[in-house]
Design a protein around this ligand. Structure first.
Ligand code: NDP
Ligand code: GDR
Length: 357
């Protein structure tokens, strides 16, 4: 008697599980599905948040590593599906698309740090340039209806040929990264024109946030100022303080990516604020935020200068405004201050951990 009740209960559990699985599969089929490469990066994590809010099924492509690197998506791991594949491995991309069958693919994965592109130019080309062709080939093989976003960069303008830079400005990249991104841009345009794919290249100017990688100058300055103020460091070594960059706030930029894939026709767009500033100005505001004068702490280190520098970048994003209805909302000062405030919190947590409280 007891045994048969357990049996019935187990049977019910199985029925329930089966029903739930069918329900989940139906939900998955009815939802729009987006695949994000580079989901563990700054933009990938903000884009995943945005697409989840919009009701998408979000699948993130991650590459195998000996230690997990999910810091930026820790708060999302229960709501996104993570699948292993690599931009270096063609077959893994084809299989991934066959399994997931996404409606939209956002290709954010890349070797994205310019100094590393000088020290590892071939690896950069494999990831950042040829990786784009591998993904486009996988789309062409599996489903030509997939909409594709390529993360192109203002670095393609490099030694700028006109100011401000817009979609029609000629390119002149100044680093192996810039050259690799230019290949990614043109192969995206070429597959759109050759195979009628819905493929867009978003030419995004620098965008930052507290989730920015530590090696990039904005995060490095924000972190440096906060640590010096907390007594955890005394100086900050930087390279070129005079380069001009058009810096915006990353969460706003991922909205532009999504909008590009919702248009009637695929096109390329410049995304930026139309204002530029130098690392020196970033230092001024960041150190003032913690009550310090940057001139007492920042040292220029010639080892951090680049073999070829991009001196100035400035976006003309008027096409994005008129077509996508996209406009930046966060000012430069707000961006610096929100990044410094986030680092102050981190430094305080680090101090508390160190003192064991
Ligand atoms: P990040 O450097 O923060 O993230 C890069 C992502 O690419 C990481 O998730 C990384 O994974 C992944 N990746 C690198 N190589 C591979 C590979 N072989 N296979 C699979 N995944 C890989 O970049 P951002 O989020 O800042 O930028 C997103 C994209 O936009 C990049 O392509 C960047 O070049 C471009 N871009 C960025 C701008 C910016 O200002 N942020 C401006 C213009 C363009 P892992 O965690 O395993 O290292
Ligand atoms: P960038 O960003 O090269 O524009 O590429 P980064 O923050 O690295 O440099 C911006 C400017 O600051 C100067 N700089 C320093 N840079 C770093 N990283 N570290 C320093 O100590 C330092 N001192 C001065 C640099 O010389 C440069 O002029 C970013 C990346 O996200 C790319 O992937 C993306 O495509 C472009 O932005 C648009």
């Amino acid at each position: 008697m007891e045994r048969s009740r357990v049996h019935v209960e187990r049977g019910c559990d199985l029925e329930l599980l089966r029903a739930r699985a069918i329900h989940q599969r139906n939900l998955n089929l009815s939802k729009r599905c987006a695949l994000i490469t580079g989901i563990t990066g700054q933009d990938g994590s903000y884009l995943a948040e945005l697409l989840l809010e919009k009701g998408y099924r979000v699948v993130g492509m991650v590459r195998r590593s000996s230690a997990e690197n999910f810091e930026r998506i820790e708060h999302l791991v229960d709501r996104v599906e993570l699948r292993q594949a690599d931009l270096l491995d063609q077959l893994s991309l084809v299989n991934l698309l066959r399994d997931v069958r996404p409606h939209e693919v956002y290709n954010l994965a890349a070797q994205s740090f310019i100094p590393t592109s000088f020290s590892q130019p071939l690896l950069t080309a494999e990831f950042t340039a040829l990786g784009v062709t591998r993904l486009l080939e996988a789309i062409r093989l599996v489903d030509r209806e997939i909409r594709f976003y390529q993360a192109s960069s203002s670095e393609m303008f490099g030694k700028v040929q006109e100011t401000p830079q817009r979609e029609s400005t000629p390119f002149y990249p100044r680093s192996p990264y810039g050259v690799a991104k230019l290949y990614g841009h043109w192969i995206t345009v070429n597959y759109r024109e050759s195979y009628d794919l819905y493929a867009c290249s978003g030419i995004l100017f620098n965008h930052e946030s507290p989730k920015r990688g530590r090696e990039f100058v904005t995060r490095k300055i924000a972190e440096g100022a906060a640590r010096i103020a907390a007594g955890l460091a005394s100086e900050l070594r930087l390279g070129n303080l005079e380069a001009k960059r058009d810096w915006g706030y990353a969460p706003e930029y991922v909205e532009a990516m999504w909008r590009m894939l919702q248009q009637d026709a695929p096109e390329d767009y410049v995304i930026g604020t139309g204002r530029h500033h130098t690392p020196r100005e970033f230092c001024e505001i960041a150190f003032a935020r913690v009550g310090l004068d940057y001139r007492d702490h920042v040292k220029v280190d010639a080892a951090l200068l680049r073999p070829a520098e991009v001196e100035t970048l400035l976006a003309d994003a008027s096409k994005a405004k008129s077509t996508l209805g996209w406009e930046p909302q966060t000012s430069f000062r707000e961006l610096v201050e929100l990044m410094v405030d986030a680092e102050i919190e981190r430094a305080q947590r680090a101090k508390a951990r160190a003192s064991g409280s």
